[in-house]
Ligand binder design. Structure first.
Ligand code: CTP
Ligand code: CA
Length: 228
């Protein structure tokens, strides 16, 4: 039904969506990653396409089919994802950062598989912080002059509203979407808390595709050309 609505709310928009976890290699067979099925980001990409946008999905390692009509680029690490998103964000009009980016990566991945030496000694791993991809894009000239509308996500284990509000300001994004947990990872439904400069909107628990369509409508309403 949605696809017969006209005019489509995102017609003429170039929407960029990041989804899934990143994978930070420790050695050729091991790595550090986050719990994320990618379902919410994939649903957003699908909903944005239904809403008439040209959509590119930048996906970390997930096992989900590409939504019909959506362009997809697979990435692995946060640095990989950042490089891809930095380029694509230069021609996007909306960026939805739904990826669960690993906050740290090993300083250096071992070239060969790390072996047990039989002594019972454990390896020591050192980490460095990954760049904040969303904050970087939100600080870019196009985001600052209103050509690119950025949407962040937050998954918190406590105090969601306060943390989402402060995260919105810290990331420098107009809209931040909180996952109302617990246990949204891998589930087919979720509930969302939308925080913008005017306040808070709750999207009650529903199937992720239903929520994605509602979120897309909320984003469309907030785009500069829709503000009278
Ligand atoms: N994000 C990002 N790059 C990172 C970390 C997060 O682009 N290195 C994005 C996520 O895609 C999400 C938003 O920032 O849209 C918030 O991610 P989150 O992990 O909740 O926030 P952090 O800033 O990493 O803070 P913390 O994990 O400590 O709560
Ligand atoms: Ca984080």
């Amino acid at each position: 039904l949605v696809r017969f609505f006209s005019p489509k709310p995102l017609a003429g928009q170039q929407v960029l969506v990041s989804a899934g976890p990143t994978f930070e290699a420790i050695d050729p067979v091991r790595g550090l990653t986050n719990l994320s099925s990618g379902k919410m980001g994939f649903a957003i990409a699908r909903a944005a396409h239904e809403a008439g946008a040209q959509v590119t999905l930048v996906a970390g390692p997930v096992s989900l089919p590409t939504p019909r009509g959506v362009g997809r680029i697979n990435v692995k690490s946060a640095l990989n994802m950042q490089k891809t998103l930095n380029v694509l964000s230069q021609s996007a009009s909306v960026f939805v950062s739904a990826a669960a980016v690993a906050d740290w990566r090993p300083v250096q991945a071992a070239e060969q598989k790390i072996k047990k030496d039989g002594s019972g000694e454990v390896p020591t791993l050192s980490f460095v912080e990954n760049p904040d991809i969303l904050a970087g894009i939100a600080a870019s000239a196009r985001a600052q002059n209103g050509a690119l509308y950025c949407v962040g996500f937050a998954a918190e284990s406590q105090d969601l509203l306060a943390l989402a509000q402060s995260k919105r300001v810290r990331k420098g994004v107009p809209l931040l979407v909180g996952n109302i947990g617990p246990d949204t990872f891998g589930q087919d439904d979720n509930a969302l808390l939308l925080v913008d400069e005017h306040g808070v909107t709750e999207l009650p628990r529903a199937d992720k595709l239903v929520l994605a369509r509602q979120l897309v409508a909320e984003i469309a309403r907030r785009l500069p050309e829709h503000k009278a």
